[in-house]
Design a protein around this ligand. Structure first.
Ligand code: FUL
Length: 684
């Protein structure tokens, strides 16, 4: 009797433990499907934005562009795909149809396609050539099909869903296997929609037949992952700048259960620890400021250090990187972009050239079982520990210098690590190197070099027993970054080297700086029209050239009605911004004297969750601040997702002392206008 009771008590305790610890939680954790798992392992893939916008120099067309405009002189999809292959990207997604409705394949359901273009006398098919190139180079193929279609007369009516399904069926039937289909959520409203006038067609939230679209994908291409739309397999990362949150869960709550305290994109950026569905993120970002090719952006191809940051802040934070290329009017990727991509690949190879944690190390842990499995190269074998505070200790048995640590969880059983700490051994004691939150499929930490012979990783908080499949350490070569050059309103120029290495040399006469040029020590005065160039030198190495043009001096500019002398919209700092008073979505700028100009640039608020981004504008000028002449109005396409510098060409030179910049529409209909920087220019 006594023994029986004891047994009962033991059994109850065991049951409670079982339910409250790991195993219980484990049952609740969302897990990836095989499809999501295969996709995640691709790590880096490419986007190609090429269409009628390439020929009209736009980011979002209006749907009334003539197919006659599409006429690449040397289109070569093999060139695009080969560059992607050489850059180590595993798949490529092409914009088969963007928001303007122009189809890169001869769709049977519309005349608005390559078949009515002069390219190959209307006999060409870009999607076919792209599919063949992907096959030839062994890259997986994906397609982008925009639901928003500014060309189709039925857009906004229920019938359009059938048109979309027909096109989807064509693409999924005629071009071989697809690994991803991209449904873009954007809808700017305005377009021609097969009429003679520009107007708005707004749609309700339940307008698209998402279930019907996904059913077609599942039926015709069961191995194809769905991005975007109402029933996606993967999620957008919440920005188009190339960064996932440092804390990054692959799980997400259903739409209706998002927190009210944080913006939607901010939550997509981090995911939800208590998320109920597995919805890993994809970080889409362009190598250029825009998605399409614009010759004016040739000098703005992202620098190597920036591309490295993007890799570490996407793949290195449990996301997948989707990097965009923009072929030009010839139909070829510009050499600046292709060389940059190859440099990037070379740098990545160097960063991860030698894992300093080898089988010659001695490994220890509070959980000895399978400890080696956290260090081998087999993703499917892992070390498991269920107690908070469990650790992996590595005795490298020699002194090494490291500045990167790579960790991977075995995610087919869900994402589990909630907090972990990394320490290194120095002068007889353990010192903290990093204290972080999530790991997921892959997490890569970057830190200043430490020289040590021992490392320890402690798993401090977990949602369920942790499963670690990889811990690796590297000593990546130091990359001398491109200097950042800024000028404040008073004309004082500051130059920063983002990494704390080396010395900065600069010029103000347009020549490339050498070690003989001016050495930067402190801010200097250089007002008015000038181009400043700067380079970081360290030993025999030097970094990339940094270059910045500064136009007409802003020393005497003010904003009418604002008395502060330090105005963020003139301070040359893209990270500070001016916000108009509520319900007054305009800025009136007094130049202090009459100036001549034929263009201006507007940089919206750059804060992660920005205020008052103008999507439509009206520019007026005045001699006295009372009588105004409207010079131009228009809209900024894709500014919500990609709030980069917007260039407005006035088409003529105006002379004025006052400029009025009005927002005729603002993203999310916010009642304010936000400006990080505003410049005027007199270009030839
Ligand atoms: C956005 C679109 O509006 C852009 O034009 C681009 O295609 C980007 C990838 O997605 O939402």
């Amino acid at each position: 009797m006594f023994n029986r009771q004891k047994m009962k008590i033991r059994f109850s305790i065991a049951l409670v433990l079982l339910l409250t610890t790991g195993l219980f939680a484990q049952a609740q954790l969302p897990k990836p499907t095989d499809l999501q798992m295969r996709w995640q392992k691709m790590e880096t893939i490419a986007f190609v934005h090429f269409s009628i916008n390439t020929f009209t120099d736009m980011e979002w067309g209006y749907g009334n562009e003539s197919p006659e405009l599409f006429n690449p002189t040397n289109l070569d999809c093999r060139q695009w795909v080969k560059i992607c292959k050489d850059a180590g990207l595993k798949g490529v997604i092409l914009t088969a149809k963007h928001h303007d409705g122009f189809c890169l394949w001869p769709s049977a359901y519309t005349e608005h396609s390559v078949k009515n273009s002069p390219w190959k006398n209307g006999q060409g098919d870009v999607v076919r050539e792209f599919a063949d190139a992907c096959k030839e180079f062994g890259l997986k193929m994906g397609l982008y099909l925009s639901p928003w279609d500014c060309n189709h007369p039925d857009y906004g009516k229920p019938e359009y869903n059938q048109y979309f399904k027909n096109q989807l069926t064509e693409l999924l039937t005629n071009y071989g296997d697809l690994f991803e289909i991209w449904f873009d959520g954007a809808n700017g409203g305005r377009g021609y929609y097969g009429t003679d006038s520009l107007h708005n067609r707004s749609i309700s939230e339940d307008y698209y037949d998402w279930q019907g679209f996904v059913d077609i994908v599942r039926e015709l291409q069961p191995n194809c992952i769905v991005h975007g739309g109402g029933l996606p397999d993967i999620r957008w990362v919440g920005n188009e700048e190339g960064h996932a949150g440092k804390t990054h869960w692959s799980s997400l709550l259903p739409n209706g259960q998002f927190s009210k305290d944080k913006s939607h994109p901010a939550q997509l950026n981090e995911g939800h620890e208590n998320g109920t569905r597995w919805l890993p993120s994809e970080t889409d970002v362009s190598v250029r400021p825009g998605w399409y090719y614009h010759a004016s952006e040739d000098h703005q191809v992202k620098s190597l250090p920036r591309l490295m940051d993007i890799y570490y802040e996407s793949v290195g934070r449990n996301s997948l990187l989707l990097l965009n290329l923009s072929p030009d009017k010839r139909g070829l990727v510009h050499p600046i972009d292709s060389l940059r991509l190859l440099e990037w690949k070379r740098q990545l190879d160097q960063d991860f050239r030698e894992n300093l944690i080898t089988s010659a190390c001695r490994f220890s842990s509070n959980v000895k079982k399978h400890v080696m499995k956290a260090f081998d190269d087999d993703y499917s074998s892992y070390w498991q520990a269920s107690e908070a505070g469990s650790f992996l200790e590595i005795d490298i048995k020699k002194t090494v210098t490291i500045n990167r640590l790579l960790l991977q969880e075995y995610i087919p059983e869900g994402q589990r690590v909630k907090a972990f700490r990394v320490e290194y051994f120095e002068d007889g004691s353990w010192r903290e190197l990093a204290s972080e939150t999530t790991i997921g499929y892959k997490r890569i930490l970057r830190f200043l070099p430490v020289t040590t012979s021992k490392l320890r990783v402690t798993f401090e908080e977990m949602l369920a027993p942790v499963m670690i499949t990889k811990v690796a350490a590297y000593n990546a070569p130091i990359l001398l970054a491109q200097p950042v050059i800024r000028r404040n309103q008073q004309g004082m120029v500051s130059i920063y080297s983002p990494e704390k290495h080396g010395e900065v040399f600069y010029t103000t006469d347009g020549t490339t700086p050498t070690r003989e040029s001016n050495r930067y020590e402190k801010p200097f005065l250089s007002d008015g029209d000038v181009t400043i160039k700067a380079v970081v030198y360290s030993g025999s190495n030097h970094g990339e050239l940094g270059e910045q043009y500064f136009g007409i001096s802003k020393a005497n500019w003010t904003v009418v009605g604002t008395d502060s002398s330090k105005l963020p919209l003139f301070d040359g700092n893209p990270n500070s911004s001016w916000v108009s008073p509520k319900n007054q979505r305009e800025a009136i700028i007094d130049f202090g004297a009459e100036l001549s100009f034929n263009g201006l640039t507007y940089l919206p608020d750059q804060a992660r969750w920005a205020q008052g981004i103008a999507s439509g504008y009206r520019i007026s000028v005045s001699a006295d601040g009372e009588n105004w002449t409207v010079v131009l109005s228009g809209d900024f396409s894709n500014i919500r997702n990609n709030p980069i510098t917007q260039t407005i060409e006035l088409g003529k030179t105006v002379k004025a002392r006052f400029l009025k910049f009005e927002a005729t529409s603002v993203v999310d209909n916010q009642p304010v206008l936000g400006i990080a920087e505003i410049n005027i220019a007199q270009t030839k």
